[in-house]
Design a protein around this ligand. Structure first.
Ligand SMILES: [Fe+2]
Length: 152
């Protein structure tokens, strides 16, 4: 049975997913850093919200990676690749709670900005599965920006 995918188009979509995977891992790590190290009056709220967020991100990271595999590419799985592909900085465990929240918010915004053009690109080549996955991820990252922003 022939491959149901147009290989060139779907390689391009998989390449577009790689930075989304990298930045999802980077934001996952940064979110746990804040969860562990936040201090001050916002501790309980930030500690609880970041736990919700990293628990949500863990299976999503797996889904994005497995979509890359389904599209025929190897999924980046090393810290070196994530640093090369993604641009979300590590969290600063000594930062003030408000600055930690702002930094996480910027991370969610960065991923959202990566995802938006990819949804259209996937839809253009009739890759509805990737478009759907990315639309779900976009909703999560937009909602996270609201929830983090509402704490400030
Ligand atoms: Fe915890």
């Amino acid at each position: 049975m022939p491959n149901q995918f147009n290989q060139t188009e779907h390689t391009q979509i998989a390449e577009g997913l790689k930075p989304v995977l990298a930045e999802s891992v980077q934001l996952y790590v940064a979110t746990q850093n804040v969860h562990w190290n936040v201090t001050g009056p916002l501790f309980q709220a930030v500690h609880a919200l970041t736990e919700e967020q990293y628990l949500e991100m863990a299976p999503a990271i797996d889904e994005i990676a497995e979509r890359i595999r389904t599209l025929g590419q190897k999924a980046p799985g090393t810290m070196a690749q994530y640093m090369a592909l993604g641009a979300i900085a590590d969290a600063d465990e000594n930062a003030a709670a408000e600055d930690m929240i702002r930094a996480l918010n910027e991370g969610h915004n960065a991923i959202a900005n990566r995802i938006r053009p990819l949804i259209a690109a996937a839809a253009d080549v009739a890759d509805d599965v990737t478009a759907g996955l990315l639309t779900d991820r976009l909703a999560v990252h937009e909602k996270a920006q609201w929830m983090l922003g509402a704490m400030l």
